[in-house]
Design a protein around this ligand. Structure first.
Ligand SMILES: Cc1ncc(COP(=O)(O)O)c(C=O)c1O
Length: 365
């Protein structure tokens, strides 16, 4: 059985759209894409490097250089890379390719990132939830997940997050292998590694060659400090990438995004990234120590990402109090498992000192 048999038959059967830039190279006398031959009407500058050029032309749908940079960064062949508008787009594409409306389902382990649910609901597919165990530090219910996979043949995609948002825990490799094995011929395991650079955990990408049902999502939004760029990558076996290419927008990445992402991933930038990761690590220690011993905090889950999860008394009031001081934290009023929980991102030294004063005042009120 190949992975293609898990995809929606209509996606496999359809003739994909072929854009002008896909059919012919983006140089020469370009009269094939109904573009303007004149440069941008405004004198825009992308990054202080002079007027933007080339914006009158459509970009390369999957820029070769950028695909190669991602392949190099994540240690996979180029054929296993799809560059996307962040992981959000990867989640959406996977759901649309593999799940038939009204028939199939995705599985997830809440509390977790909310976009898996949105992608499933948008596509009209069921969401099978295997809740994390609140009594065991929100660890995944591994047996429960394996059992659910065994019993529910509608599951096409299992979305797992490592480290998980908002609980910060990671997926152990031995369990991941068991799950991948159990899912062969049944479902695709999607490991969302948006926060993996902050942890000591090895990426699951090394397993892609061994399991045709493994997909890994990576992003420049978190540990590369570029959430505004909207750029990430789906890493997967070539068959999965070619299925996703069938439905992705003809020109998903804006030219300025392509050139800025390419510059970020160029040689020498990874040193800067390492320094940033070290700063996050130090500031996380600062954050944890400014939280330690506070009477209104009943639990702290430090996790392995650039945020921590706490359980507090009077969460709603505390969130409003902090917001009144200009400090915006994340609460979970509609997530029953996270009652009284608040997530705090690791900020700069200054941001943490403002947070500290707000918490001091809250405690002394
Ligand atoms: C687990 C997880 N995956 C994906 C995303 C979104 O990533 P991107 O900005 O690349 O779309 C987030 C954003 O918070 C996240 O927490």
């Amino acid at each position: 059985m190949t992975i293609i048999s898990l995809a929606r038959p209509e996606i496999v059967a359809m003739k994909p759209y072929s854009s002008a830039r896909k059919e012919a190279p983006g140089y020469g006398i370009l009269l094939n894409a109904n573009e303007s031959p004149w440069p941008l009407l405004i004198n825009a500058s992308l990054d202080g490097a002079g007027p933007a050029s080339g914006l009158n032309r459509y970009p390369d749908p999957q820029p070769r250089e950028l695909v190669a940079s991602f392949a190099n960064l994540y240690g996979v062949p180029k054929e296993q890379v799809l560059v996307t508008r962040g992981s959000d787009e990867g989640i959406d594409l996977l759901t649309r390719v593999f799940c038939r409306a009204g028939k199939d389902a995705i599985a997830q382990c809440p509390p977790t990132f909310g976009m898996y649910r949105i992608a499933a609901q948008t596509q009209g597919v069921d969401i099978i939830s295997v809740p994390r165990l609140a009594s065991n530090d929100f660890r995944m219910d591994r047996d429960g997940l394996l059992e659910t996979l065994e019993n529910d043949r509608r599951i096409r995609l299992i979305f797992l997050t490592s480290p998980n948002n908002p609980t910060g825990d990671i997926i152990e490799q031995t369990f991941l292998r068991d799950l991948l094995q159990a899912a062969v011929g049944k479902a695709i395991i999607v490991i969302d590694e948006a926060y993996i650079e902050f942890s000591q955990q090895a990426s699951a990408t090394d397993l892609i060659d061994r399991y045709e049902n493994l997909v890994v999502l990576r992003t420049l939004s978190k540990a590369w400090g570029a959430a505004g760029l909207r750029c990430g990558a789906v890493l997967a076996p070539e068959e999965v990438i070619s299925l996703l290419l069938r439905i992705i927008a003809p020109y998903p990445l804006a030219s300025p995004v392509i050139s800025l992402a390419q510059r970020m991933l160029a040689d020498g930038m990874s040193d800067r990234q390492q320094r940033m990761l070290k700063d996050v690590q130090e500031n996380k220690k600062r954050l944890l120590s400014l939280l330690a011993g506070r009477s209104f905090i009943t639990n702290i889950w430090p996790g392995e990402a650039n945020f921590v999860l706490l359980q507090v008394c009077e969460a709603e009031d505390l969130l409003s109090f902090c917001a009144g001081r200009g400090v915006i934290l994340r609460g979970y009023p509609s997530e029953p498992l996270l009652e009284g929980c608040i997530r705090i991102s690791v900020g700069s030294k200054h941001e943490l000192s403002v947070l500290k004063s707000a918490l001091d005042d809250w405690e002394a009120r």
